[in-house]
Write a protein that binds this ligand. Structure first.
Ligand SMILES: O=P(O)(O)OC[C@H]1O[C@H](OP(=O)(O)OP(=O)(O)O)[C@H](O)[C@@H]1O
Ligand SMILES: [Mg+2]
Length: 182
């Protein structure tokens, strides 16, 4: 059903699963002596977060933050706003932010600066996808699943107009889909 809208599959479900296993081992080792607060950035990070935390064999806590800079657009508005804040006081905490993609970098630049301002002890980033060509502000992830080309990607949490988050892989939409929705 959804697959008819996809032009190319960039990353398969199996590739994502295998990469999550490897990243999970690295994160387990990195956080074995601390109890990090793992922060999922709603809504895109949900599928990746569900997979990556189940590959972390160590003590962790979960929290969520909802920030938005895109709305239904495919180009970032440039302004990041908090839609839902954390429930947890982060002062002195080791934090791991889980994201689906770093594109312009604005969302993560904002979050890292915010958590440092709130005096977190450390702030690291794990992202499923990195789109280095999209970068407008300076930010790098500590753990990256895959690099993607400078194209608008969907699936595995990533949406176009709130659709396609539930695809079990990452792909590029057929051009006619943009035309009918824009
Ligand atoms: O590096 P950037 O250019 O800031 O883009 C990346 C962010 O944009 C998307 O979220 P969005 O704000 O669309 O919310 P969503 O997760 O609910 O789709 C994505 O999930 C990242 O959080
Ligand atoms: Mg989005």
């Amino acid at each position: 059903m959804l697959e008819k809208d996809i032009e190319t599959i960039l990353i398969t479900q199996e590739e994502i699963h295998n990469r999550c296993e490897k990243l999970g081992k690295e994160l387990t080792a990195a956080y074995k002596n601390t109890q990090p607060l793992v922060v999922g950035v709603l809504k895109g990070a949900i599928p990746f977060m569900a997979d990556i935390v189940r590959q972390m064999d160590t003590y962790i806590e979960l929290d969520f933050m909802d920030v938005s800079s895109y709305g239904d657009a495919t180009v970032s508005s440039g302004e990041v706003k908090i839609v839902k804040d954390l429930d947890t006081n982060v002062k002195g905490r080791d934090m791991l932010i889980v994201e689906d993609i770093i594109d312009s970098g604005r969302t993560l630049r904002y979050l890292v600066d915010l958590f440092k301002y709130r005096q977190a002890n450390s702030v690291a980033i794990v992202t499923l996808l990195d789109k280095p060509k999209g970068r407008v502000v300076d930010i790098e992830a500590d753990y990256i699943g895959f690099d993607v080309p400078d194209e608008f990607v969907v699936g595995y949490g990533l949406d176009f107009a709130e659709q396609y988050r539930n695809l079990p892989y990452v792909g590029v939409l057929k051009p006619n889909i943009y035309e009918t929705k824009v």
